[in-house]
Design a protein around this ligand. Structure first.
Ligand code: HEC
Ligand code: HEC
Ligand code: HEC
Ligand code: HEC
Ligand code: HEC
Length: 480
């Protein structure tokens, strides 16, 4: 008796899924992909793998196959029905649409199966749609799927203070309209990667980045900042001993409430600075206007002969915001000098190795993205120490090896030949060291009366020590 019942259900299932090969194809596609989606989701939930491609399969590719399978089934049924109509094979199907008669047990069984399958299909579709959207906003999707393309940004990001902030929190931010916009431009980007038409290096600044105050200020509120920040910049010399010197600055970071400081002068509510840059990288600034809370406007312009009329005509105006100073808050890249300094300060390169600062910077500066760079770095440094410091090389080879490994890592973290990214491709606008940074405006632009935007050192920071070996201020702070 039960056997008979089972057969009846099986028959209903067969009718539903496989009345011809098209239906069979559709239902198998859906079945297999649903099985894989669930299996991949389980793998993810159980943390058995963290491959970024798992998400692409489970939430983007397989769901498409799943839905395609579902769509194929009715096409197959329609085709079958038409065939039966033509051949006059079945009485039941002589009418243009199949006759549905719930008085027949078979029809009821098929109906029940349809309800169960539809519930299951809706479950799979809604889960994968939701998970797909979440997944497309995830760091693995943005940073790792197009591995080569995003490598420079992802690699710097992982080592930055924002390593726990999702890419989308800065690149998209909250709100439905930016969500839709980002998905549209994301589609373009996926196409560009597939068709290999994306630019190398990826241009910066990002032209359509959302105004940064709507993003950064979800977490930071500089108007509430106050006071100073003490920074100690250590630079190692190019002498045999790699002698370190310190520049100690008291940066007037400030905010908007009680003291203006750096932030208060540019971004407090009530103050608006607009500037016109004539180049894509926003390095050449031709005009600035400041509107103060009292409504007064001060204009500053570049010297008359600084730019040609043709250059000036290319100018684009922009309201100054966080990104105009903090253009690399998370994708931080270094020049060889500061990178080697940081490694020496952290003892990742042993500072007792003679001339290591000079040699490391030289070998890194020469390595601009050729395929053999990493080998050359190792060979050059090994050769140098073998020839010039044979004893050290023989007895303490491990500290040289460790230094070489770190120097190669510095190269890997900053030079990405496949993306044509090399030393200085991306640079920071904070400061005035190897790039004009603050000096794009300060000291270069003049008001009608001939006053420059200030370049007075103490306005931005007190220079408490400048390239000194043993600054008094650091001794005092240590309480010696
Ligand atoms: C703390 C905020 C922040 C986070 C988090 C962040 N970015 Fe960025 N990103 C920026 C800023 C700011 C720029 C430069 C914008 C400018 O100058 O216009 C940028 C630029 C870029 C660029 C353009 C090329 C370049 O290097 O300037 C790419 C590509 C990029 N980011 C990808 C990513 C990816 C992928 C992630 C996640 C792994 C990510 N970003 C996370 C803030 C962020
Ligand atoms: C989702 C929150 C979040 C967003 C959005 C965000 N930040 Fe941050 N940011 C942080 C946190 C948290 C830290 C502190 C990290 C630490 O102290 O290690 C930080 C640190 C910083 C620092 C100090 C870094 C240092 O060297 O000490 C700067 C500068 C900064 N953020 C700028 C920005 C800018 C500019 C943006 C917008 C492009 C931005 N942040 C967007 C959370 C965020
Ligand atoms: C005129 C340039 C400028 C602008 C505009 C600017 N900043 Fe800064 N900001 C600085 C400088 C300079 C520092 C100190 C840099 C350092 O840490 O060496 C700083 C430091 C910070 C810090 C770290 C504070 C600390 O105490 O260590 C945060 C966070 C920050 N800025 C966020 C922002 C945000 C968010 C915005 C936009 C609302 C913004 N900044 C706009 C120049 C600027
Ligand atoms: C786009 C142009 C521009 C850039 C870039 C810029 N500033 Fe300014 N800054 C101004 C203008 C304009 C003023 C206000 C001048 C005035 O009051 O008329 C100003 C004022 C200041 C003041 C107050 C000066 C005073 O008289 O007390 C400080 C401090 C300052 N900026 C620091 C910085 C720092 C630090 C940087 C780089 C991280 C920087 N600025 C980058 C345009 C700029
Ligand atoms: C418009 C603001 C501004 C002015 C004016 C300014 N600086 Fe700076 N300076 C900065 C900022 C911002 C930094 C970066 C701090 C950091 O690295 O965190 C910096 C960094 C430095 C450093 C240490 C790092 C380096 O680049 O070597 C020294 C030294 C220095 N400044 C000296 C001076 C002297 C001397 C003057 C006067 C001639 C001056 N600065 C004028 C904003 C300014």
């Amino acid at each position: 008796m039960t056997k008979l019942k089972n057969d009846a259900w099986l028959g209903a299932l067969m009718t539903l899924m496989g009345s011809n090969w098209i239906c069979l194809l559709g239902s198998s596609l859906s079945g297999v992909s649903a099985f894989l989606i669930i299996a991949f989701m389980l793998l993810g939930i159980l943390h058995l793998t963290d491959s970024p491609y798992l998400g692409i399969m489970a939430f983007l590719i397989l769901p498409i196959i799943f839905v395609m399978g579902l769509l194929i089934v009715p096409i197959g049924a329609w085709w079958e029905h038409r065939k039966e109509l033509k051949t006059g094979k079945s009485k039941e199907t002589l009418s243009p649409f199949p006759v549905v008669d719930f008085n027949l047990p078979r029809t009821r069984r098929i109906g029940a199966l349809i309800v169960i399958f539809t519930a299951f299909n809706l479950f799979v579709i809604s889960t994968t749609t939701y998970e797909g959207v979440v997944y497309m906003d995830s760091v693995p999707f943005c940073g790792q799927v197009c591995h080569t393309v995003m490598e420079p940004e992802y690699s710097a990001y992982r080592r930055s203070p924002h390593a726990r902030v999702a890419c989308v929190d800065c690149h998209i931010g909250p709100g439905a309209s930016w969500f839709v916009r980002s998905k549209l431009s994301g589609l373009g980007q996926v196409l560009a990667v597939t068709l290999n038409t994306y630019p190398c290096p990826i241009p910066s600044p990002v032209k359509n980045l959302r105004p940064s105050r709507a993003i950064c200020e979800n977490c930071h509120w500089p108007e509430q900042f106050e006071g100073n920040r003490l920074v100690d910049r250590v630079t190692y010399g190019e002498d045999e001993k790699n002698t370190p010197t310190h520049s100690v600055l008291q940066l007037h970071i400030g905010g908007g409430k009680t003291d203006n400081g750096i932030h208060g002068w540019h971004i407090t509510s009530g103050i608006q600075i607009r500037y016109t840059a004539i180049d894509r990288e926003r390095q050449k600034i031709s005009h600035v206007s400041v509107t103060k809370p009292d409504g007064s406007v001060t204009e500053y312009s570049a010297a008359k002969d600084a730019f040609t009329p043709e250059e000036l005509s290319k100018g684009q105006e922009r309201v100054m915001d966080c990104i105009d100073c903090h253009n690399r808050p998370t994708h931080i890249s270094y020049m060889p000098g500061p990178a080697v300094d940081a490694a020496l300060a952290a003892n990742a390169i042993d500072p007792t190795i003679p001339y290591i600062k000079k040699e490391a910077v030289e070998v890194l500066t020469a390595a601009k993205g050729a395929p053999e760079d990493l080998d050359t770095i190792a060979k050059t440094l090994n050769k140098y120490y073998e020839e010039n410091y044979a004893d050290l090389y023989k007895n303490n080879k491990e500290i040289i090896d460790a230094a070489i490994t770190r120097i190669q890592d510095i190269y890997r973290e900053n030079v990405f030949p496949k993306m044509k990214v090399t030393w200085g491709t991306y640079f920071s606008n904070i400061g005035h060291d190897d790039r004009p940074g603050c000096y794009r405006c300060h000291g270069t632009l003049l008001s009608k009366e001939g006053n420059a935007i200030t370049q007075d050192c103490d306005v931005c920071h007190d220079v408490l020590a400048w390239d000194e070996q043993q600054p008094k201020i650091l001794e005092e702070l240590k309480g010696k």
